[in-house]
Design a protein around this ligand. Sequence first.
Ligand code: 5GP
Length: 135
Amino acid sequence: MTIFQKVLNGEIPCHRVYEDEHVLAFLDINPLSRGHTLVIPKEPAETLDRLSDESAAAIGRVLPRLCRAVLKATETRHFNVLQNNGAPAHQAVGHVHFHIIPKAEDGSGLGIGWKVTTMENGADLAATIAGCLER
Ligand code: 5GP
């Protein structure tokens, strides 16, 4: 069982920000900046690609509203939404979660390494990805 399932079960306490039928939002225990908030589905999906449309829609519906609340409460204007999938992609907890991370005036927040690679044959690649989409 993941730590977030224990939070959902009430076995581990959290500072709750929001809850509805499908979604829970709470403060991150090790914040990158003040107001760093986690938004999770109640569905126990490990990674985003495994999440149901219903849970995805529920998160999508509330995520911008939660972002606005975090910004207002922390008096910040800029922020990152981060969503990691798989240990090599920096996922530590195997339960889907979205980070809302304010970029504070003091510079605290998410640091990003952004190493670009070369784009080759985009037309073919886009068509391949499009062909893999489930209907
Ligand atoms: P990940 O690297 O998987 O995207 O991020 C997991 C996040 O969960 C980390 O930012 C970490 O601080 C947070 N976290 C881990 N355990 C707990 C916990 O027990 N309570 C809360 N509130 N956050 C946690």
